[in-house]
Design a protein around this ligand. Structure first.
Ligand code: UDP
Length: 331
């Protein structure tokens, strides 16, 4: 067995997981991944990763613990992530995102594992707030996806209170871009996210981008989001993990860049950066979309010294390079 600290990464073969694991490997950690490959790609991980293809359950987690020995921390990425789908098939989200996470907490309690970094979301805030979002704002999710993330955050707080399990919940704003260090990027089956869809349209891999509503309460009528580079997210996971391993307390942090771009602005920026035309069409709103979501990231900046390094141009450029060089993703 290796002498470096072992980290169990749930859902590690996905987009944010694979970028975080690359950074953890470069930082000297030994990684075990549990992923059912529902949406992840084994090819996104290096050969040194100890990989278990399976679902999350108390039994499967116990088997991993028996096989690999001491686990210093868990990073839990595994979840369904589509806002629109969560409003069409809520049970799918409740049973996977909440129930599987309670299995993780019980496993940690049973095996004395103290530290977990949890993938939460800006979707916990809902649509009532007009200014930059602070972690102290009361959560009011308006879609089932955001609700599942909010519930798991709350349960993690109880598992700290009752059993002393320490957690950092990271509320991602719009994860985007592709690695500066390795040939990995965003490849979801049935892609629904804005930036990859725009880039695929620019590259001629799709006919057009549908803009979900231009009657929102924003300057150009399209939704405003805070896009954050996946390498910046990876860095925040490393800092959070080390905070917990060093005995730090539980916390909740926003991960965004404190800058908002509308859907139309992202399309225009992509056209400018790539010199390619993006066909677009306005269609009706997607259910569950707030007008504006922008992070105030001053809390994690202060407590963990995290700063986003990459601007939106870099996000679009790295994503463009990845899609251009990998038109079939990891296939
Ligand atoms: N969006 C859009 N067309 C698309 C995909 C997304 O207009 O084909 C909009 C979506 O309504 C939201 C923003 O782009 O306002 C970002 O959506 P995405 O699904 O990328 O991330 P989310 O904000 O849901 O996490």
């Amino acid at each position: 067995m290796s002498t470096s600290k072992q980290i169990l990464v749930l859902g590690g073969a996905g987009y944010i997981g694979s970028h975080t694991i690359d950074l953890l490997e470069r930082s000297g950690y030994s990684i075990i991944v549990l992923d059912n490959l529902y949406s992840g790609h084994k090819k996104s991980l290096s050969k040194n990763i100890q990989f278990e293809k399976n679902d999350i359950s108390k039994n499967n987690l116990s088997d991993i613990s028996d096989k690999y020995g001491e686990i210093s921390g868990i990073i839990h990425f595994a979840s369904f992530i589509e806002v629109g789908e969560s409003m069409k098939d809520p049970y799918k989200y409740i049973s996977n995102n909440i129930d599987r996470s309670t299995d993780v907490m019980e496993f940690m309690k049973n095996r004395g594992i103290r530290n977990i970094v949890f993938s939460s979301s800006a979707a916990v805030y809902g649509k009532d707030y007009k200014d930059k979002l602070k972690e102290s704002y009361i959560k009011k999710p308006i879609n089932v996806y955001g609700y599942t993330k909010s519930v798991v955050e709350d349960l993690l707080s109880f598992y700290d209170e009752i059993y002393g399990i320490k957690s950092i919940s990271l509320r991602y704003f719009n994860a985007s871009g592709a690695s500066h260090f390795k040939n990995i990027g965003e490849d979801h089956p049935n892609e629904t996210h804005l930036i990859p869809l725009i880039i695929k349209t620019a590259l001629g891999l799709r006919e057009k981008i549908m803009i979900y509503g231009d009657d929102y309460n924003t300057p150009d009528g399209t939704c405003i989001r805070d896009y954050i580079h996946v390498d910046d997210l990876a860095q925040a996971h490393l800092l959070s993990l080390e905070h917990l391993i060093n005995g730090g307390d539980s916390d909740v942090f926003n991960l965004g860049g404190s800058r908002g771009y509308s859907v139309k602005e992202i399309i225009e920026t992509t056209q400018n950066i790539t010199n390619l035309h993006v066909n677009k069409e306005i269609t009706q709103r997607r259910e569950g979309d707030p007008d504006i979501l922008i992070a105030d990231y001053s809390k994690i900046q202060k407590k963990l010294k995290w700063e986003p390094k990459y601007e939106v141009d870099d996000i679009i450029q790295t994503a463009f390079n990845w899609h251009k060089n990998n038109p079939d993703g990891f296939n």
